[in-house]
Design a protein around this ligand. Structure first.
Ligand code: GLV
Ligand code: MN
Ligand code: MN
Length: 421
C-alpha cells in the first residue's frame, strides 16, 4: 500500500482503493510488455500497427483478457476488446488506450492506459465491486500513425472520422497499403469503417495516459484530468527539383529543392514562436538521398498545433508561403476537443479535486469524444519528455493513476442512473 501523500497534496484517499494484488498484477504486466518491440540500439520502442511487434502486443492483450475470463473480440477495424458483462445490454463503460508506438517511442505512451485498464479491473474485483453496466477494455490500433501516417487510425475508422476507402489506401514506407497489412494479419479490410452497432454499446470512454508535458511535474499531484486537446494536423510538403551532379553543376544552374525546404522549416519555427503555436518538421524524405547528388525531390511533413484553430491556419499559411513552389497537402486534421464537462467534473470530484489541464497531444479519447462522453486522466511525468526513449513516470505515480482510474470506473459502474424528471 503506498504511503499517503502529505496533507494538502491532493490525495483524497482514493489511492488506498487499489488492492495489493492489483499492484502486483500491474508490475507483472508491465514486465511482460517491456521487451516487446524494444530496439536494443536506441532503447526506444517500434511497435507500429500490424507489424510483428504489434502482433506480439495483441497476443499479450488477448492473453490478459482470457486469463481474466473476459469475452475477447476484435472489431471490424482491428481494435481489440475485452468485455465484463453483456455487451448487448449497452451503455458500457469503456477504458483503454493503445499499444503501438512512435518510432523509438517510450514505454508509457499508450501501454500505461491498457495495462492500467487491466489493473483497475483487478482492483475492482479485489474490492468486490458489482457493476451495474458492462465494462469493456480496449486496445486501439495504430494510434500514433507511425506506419500509415494517420494518427488514431483504429478509433477514426470506428467512428467514421476517416473514410475506409481513404484509410485502406494509405501506404507505409515500403509501399504496403493498410488493406494489405490487415489482410496479412488475418483481418478483412472490406469490413473496415464506421461501426454503429459497436458505438451504440458504448456509454462512456475513459483513457489513462502518461502526461506529455510538465503541468503536474513538481506539483504534489500525481494525477490530473484533461480539459481539452488543441486542434492539430499533419501537412505534407512536396518540393520538386532536378537531380544533378554536386561537383559539376554551377550554383546558378541548379534546381535544388533543399533550400525551399530549409526556408519552410525556419519559417514554421519562427511563426510558431510568434503565434504561440507548435510546429515540427520531424520527418523528411530526400530523393535520391546521395551526398554528391542535388536532390530531385524533398518530401517533408509538418506537424502543427495551436490552442486556436485560426492561429493554426495562420501557421500553415505562413509556412506554405515560405515553402516557395511546394505542393502542400493536408493529410489529417483534428479539430479542438473539449472533453465532456459533466464527466470531467465528475472525475475531478471523485479524485478529490485533481487539477485540470489542456494538452497539445492527440488521443483516441479525443476521437471518441465526438460520439460519447469521454475523459482523459494524466499520470505525472517528471521530465515531461514523451515520444522518446527517455519518457518516464515513477511506478508509484503509475499506481496512483491505476487507483484514479479504478475510482472513476467504480463511480461510473455503480452509480444508479438519475431517474427522469
Ligand atoms: C499523439 O501522440 C500525437 O502525436 O498527438
Ligand atoms: Mn503518442
Ligand atoms: Mn498515446
Amino acid at each position: 500500500m503506498p504511503a499517503p501523500d502529505p496533507p494538502g497534496a491532493g490525495d483524497p484517499g482514493w489511492r488506498a482503493e487499489v488492492a495489493e494484488e492489483a499492484e502486483d498484477g500491474f508490475r507483472a504486466m508491465w514486465r511482460d510488455l517491456l521487451p516487446i518491440g524494444l530496439d536494443a540500439a536506441t532503447g526506444g520502442y517500434r511497435r507500429h500497427g500490424w507489424t510483428a511487434a504489434d502482433a506480439d502486443c495483441r497476443a499479450w492483450f488477448a492473453g490478459q483478457a482470457r486469463a481474466r475470463g473476459l469475452a475477447y473480440e476484435i472489431d471490424r477495424n482491428g481494435n481489440q476488446w475485452a468485455w465484463l458483462g453483456d455487451p448487448a445490454s449497452g451503455d458500457a463503460v469503456v477504458t483503454g488506450s493503445h499499444l503501438d508506438s512512435v518510432p523509438d517511442g517510450g514505454a508509457y505512451d499508450g501501454p500505461l492506459g491498457v495495462v492500467g485498464a487491466f489493473a483497475a479491473l483487478d482492483a475492482l474485483r479485489a474490492r468486490g465491486i458489482r457493476p451495474r453496466r458492462p465494462l469493456a477494455l480496449v486496445n486501439f490500433t495504430e494510434e500514433e500513425g507511425a506506419r500509415f501516417g494517420l494518427a488514431c487510425l483504429g478509433s477514426r475508422l470506428m467512428t467514421g472520422a476517416v473514410a475506409p476507402e481513404a484509410a485502406l489506401a494509405l501506404r507505409d514506407a515500403d509501399g504496403v497499403c493498410l488493406a494489405a497489412a490487415m489482410e496479412r494479419a488475418g483481418r478483412d479490410p472490406e469490413a473496415a469503417g464506421r461501426d454503429d452497432e459497436r458505438l451504440a454499446r458504448v456509454g462512456v470512454f475513459v483513457e489513462l495516459h502518461v502526461e506529455q508535458g510538465r503541468h503536474l511535474a513538481g506539483t504534489p499531484h500525481r494525477v490530473g484530468v484533461a480539459s481539452a486537446i488543441w486542434p492539430h494536423g499533419r501537412w505534407r510538403f512536396d518540393f520538386r527539383g532536378e537531380a544533378n551532379h554536386a561537383g559539376t553543376t554551377r550554383m546558378e544552374d541548379r534546381r535544388d529543392p533543399m533550400p525551399s525546404y530549409a526556408a519552410a522549416v525556419l519559417a514554421a519555427r519562427a511563426e510558431a514562436e510568434r503565434l504561440g503555436a507548435l510546429a515540427t518538421f520531424g520527418r523528411v524524405r530526400v530523393e535520391p538521398n546521395g551526398t554528391n547528388a542535388i536532390p530531385s525531390r524533398v518530401t517533408a511533413w509538418l506537424d502543427g498545433r495551436a490552442a486556436d484553430p485560426g492561429v493554426l491556419d495562420r501557421l500553415v499559411e505562413e509556412t506554405t508561403r515560405a515553402a516557395a513552389g511546394a505542393e502542400v497537402t493536408r493529410e489529417s486534421y483534428t479539430p479542438v476537443v473539449t472533453f465532456d464537462a459533466s464527466l470531467r467534473e465528475r472525475a475531478v470530484r471523485v479524485l478529490g479535486g485533481a487539477p485540470t489541464l489542456p494538452t497539445g497531444a492527440g488521443h483516441d479519447s479525443g476521437i471518441l469524444s465526438a460520439e460519447v462522453p469521454a475523459a482523459l486522466l494524466f499520470v505525472r511525468n517528471p521530465t515531461g519528455v514523451s515520444h522518446s526513449p527517455r519518457e518516464h513516470a515513477e511506478e508509484s505515480d503509475c499506481l496512483a493513476g491505476v487507483a484514479a482510474l479504478a475510482a472513476v470506473l467504480t463511480d461510473l459502474l455503480t452509480t444508479p442512473p438519475t431517474p427522469p424528471m
